[in-house]
Design a binder for this molecule. Structure first.
Ligand code: HEC
Length: 577
């Protein structure tokens, strides 16, 4: 018995010793492998990177819908009601101006689908409901590009941080199959070159929340030819000049824009691409979705950021000009749009384009339907239908530098006018009309905007709504109306227009003399008081007694229901944006 125990103890000690030795040896082995990067290291590294990528894929950044805004923008014909949320990436504080360059929108089922430049897909019903999905974007080989940047072959090259971008997404129904398409700039490590690439994935559901799509599920259907070598001058890959925007013409023609990546004979050591018939850059391509074969549709295009098939079959594109000359083109097969031989814009120096025959003119090649000078950096296009009768049938273009929408009124095939609608300078990367009619906008500071058109807050509309909500005796109502009409002879009662008197829309409960009106009398300017109901009533009954020296004349009003009604109205308009 005793001997047996000793045996067991001995075996145990020996066993433990062996395990410790084995551990020491294997960690030594691991250390040496890692240190010397000997054969299996690459494998470990690969597995490790794969795991890292998988982790990233499983936990894409959460949307930050806590930063919610609700505001209105007045335009000529209607008021835009905007609701927006910040779809920031974890750890990036709000507001993050101009950090995100890229991304795209499309509609899937009743949701808007958003692809951000880090390859995450979000789905949204509204600005209050933006959530991540189980869809991951195709691989643009960013890891390989980052690796290559460290290699000797690329020593001295300059690299943009966001050279490889996702340019567009689109849901199409082709040959009884629903596809999600994505276009992007792809890096090819072996040959040290890049292409504009189009990938597709079949959709098993029209509900983004039911989809689980991995990077490896995407099938590449097109790589533009040839694979472009990196530029040794200026920036190696200029992904912001990739175009990549898509439009689908059922049953099986897909159009895609292909930018010239700034290889225009000017800022690079390479020959211009847009006029070269043998390359698929600086072109619009047409693709047959049965075979995914591409053909050149138009030539002489620079960096087309928008592509739109209007309901009447017209194919429009928007295109970045150089300095000046952003274009709206009507695309016709076989036409040459002139870049870089002709443009309404000039070289960045302000001089002539290097190979141009004309200066700031468009005489020999197909001229744009409309052009912007100076360039607001026009982004993409939407054709409005079922948005609001005042805007339906118009084209809507976003802009980056311009921070505005441009609404183009079409009249018998020409642009009758362009209305600029400012969004406070935010770079509008992508404009999309959702299937329910709302306009959806993705900005470069990670904000997703949902826009509806409402009737303008005109005096008439507000007045009507006010009397519909309040019941006054008919005679009193008439007198209130005529008194308000008399105020309006001097004051703007809606909006901030500075006539001969301060604008009154937001006077109620604000400090005396607090509008931007510049000609206040001493009496009001120095008065420390608030326009409460009582103060307003005292002032309106006798301006001179309330504020001796005021320039508002006596109006012949006295206490009573009419005066109360007038003040009710001041309170009411104060609550309307
Ligand atoms: C004949 C022109 C005229 C008419 C009519 C008139 N106002 Fe004025 N109102 C003025 C001027 C001018 C001032 C600025 C007075 C000053 O700076 O002393 C003023 C100032 C005011 C202010 C103070 C604004 C501020 O920023 O503190 C209120 C409130 C106001 N008016 C209300 C009314 C209402 C309500 C009516 C109609 C019932 C009316 N006014 C009719 C000319 C007019």
């Amino acid at each position: 018995m005793k001997m047996q125990r000793v045996h067991i103890a001995l075996v145990a000690v020996l066993g433990a010793g062996l395990v410790v030795l084995a551990c020491l040896f294997s960690s030594f082995l691991g250390f040496e492998i890692a240190k010397r990067k000997i054969t299996p290291y690459g494998l470990f590294d690969k597995v490790h990177k794969k795991i890292e990528r998988l982790e990233k894929r499983l936990s894409p950044p959460a949307p930050r819908t806590d930063v919610f805004k609700d505001y209105k923008i007045d335009t000529a014909l209607l008021t835009l009601h905007v609701q927006s949320s910040y779809v920031g990436v974890d750890g990036i504080p709000y507001p993050q101006k101009h950090r995100n360059y890229g991304g795209a929108l499309t509609s899937l089922g009743d949701q808007v689908l958003l692809l951000t430049n880090d390859g995450s897909f979000y789905a949204a019903h509204s600005a209050k409901d933006i959530h991540r999905t189980g869809i991951r974007a195709p691989d643009r080989h960013l890891d390989a590009y980052l690796r290559a940047q460290q290699s000797e072959a690329l020593a001295g090259y300059q690299h943009l941080k966001d050279a490889l971008r996702y340019d567009d997404i689109l849901v199409i129904q082709a040959d009884a199959q629903s596809w999600l398409l994505a276009s992007y700039t792809e890096f090819h490590e072996e040959a040290l070159c890049y292409t504009s690439t189009l990938a597709r994935v079949p959709l098993t559901s029209q509900n983004a929340d039911e989809l689980n799509i991995l990077e490896s599920d995407w099938q590449v259907v097109l790589r533009t030819r040839p694979c472009l070598p990196l530029k040794a001058h200026y920036n190696a890959i200029e992904g912001h000049m990739a175009g990549g925007r898509m439009a689908f013409s059922p049953p099986h023609t897909l159009y895609i824009t292909s930018g010239d990546y700034h290889i225009d004979g000017m800022r690079s050591n390479l020959d211009a691409l847009a006029q070269n018939p043998d390359v698929e850059y600086g072109k619009i391509l047409a693709i047959d979705t049965r075979t995914w074969e591409s053909r050149v549709f138009t030539t002489g295009n620079r960096n087309p950021q928008g592509l739109l098939l209007a309901p009447d079959g017209t194919l429009y594109s928007t295109e970045h000009g150089p300095k000046g000359g952003d274009e709206l083109n009507i695309l016709i097969e076989g036409h040459n749009y002139g870049w870089p031989l002709e443009s309404y814009g000039t070289a960045y120096s302000g001089g002539m384009l290097r190979d141009a025959t004309t200066f700031g003119r468009h005489d020999h090649y197909t001229a744009p339907l409309f052009a912007w000078v100076p360039s607001p950096a026009i982004s993409n296009l939407a054709f409005l239908e079922n948005f609001n009768p005042h805007w339906d049938g118009d084209l809507l273009a976003g802009s980056l530098k311009g921070g505005s929408l441009y609404r183009l009124r079409l009249q018998q095939g020409r642009v009758a006018y362009s209305e600029q609608v400012s969004f406070g300078g935010d770079r509008l990367r992508y404009v999309h009309q959702h299937s329910d009619g709302r306009i959806v906008i993705w900005t470069d500071n990670y904000e997703l905007l949902f826009v509806e058109g409402v009737e303008r807050d005109t005096e008439d509309n507000l007045r009507k709504a006010f009397f519909a909500e309040n019941t006054y005796d008919a005679l009193v109502a008439m007198k209130i109306e005529s008194t308000l009409a008399s105020c309006q002879e001097c004051h703007a009662m809606v909006g901030a227009e500075d006539l001969n008197a301060p604008p009154l829309q937001h006077i109620f409960n604000s400090s005396v003399a607090s509008t931007h009106y510049r000609a206040y009398s001493e009496a009001l300017a120095t008065m420390d008081a608030t326009w409460t109901r009582e103060a307003l009533s005292a002032f309106l009954v006798s301006p001179g007694d309330f504020a001796p020296g005021t320039r508002m004349p006596p109006l012949g009003l006295s206490d009573g229901p009419v005066l109360e009604g007038v003040i009710d109205y001041l309170e009411y308009i104060n609550n309307q944006y």
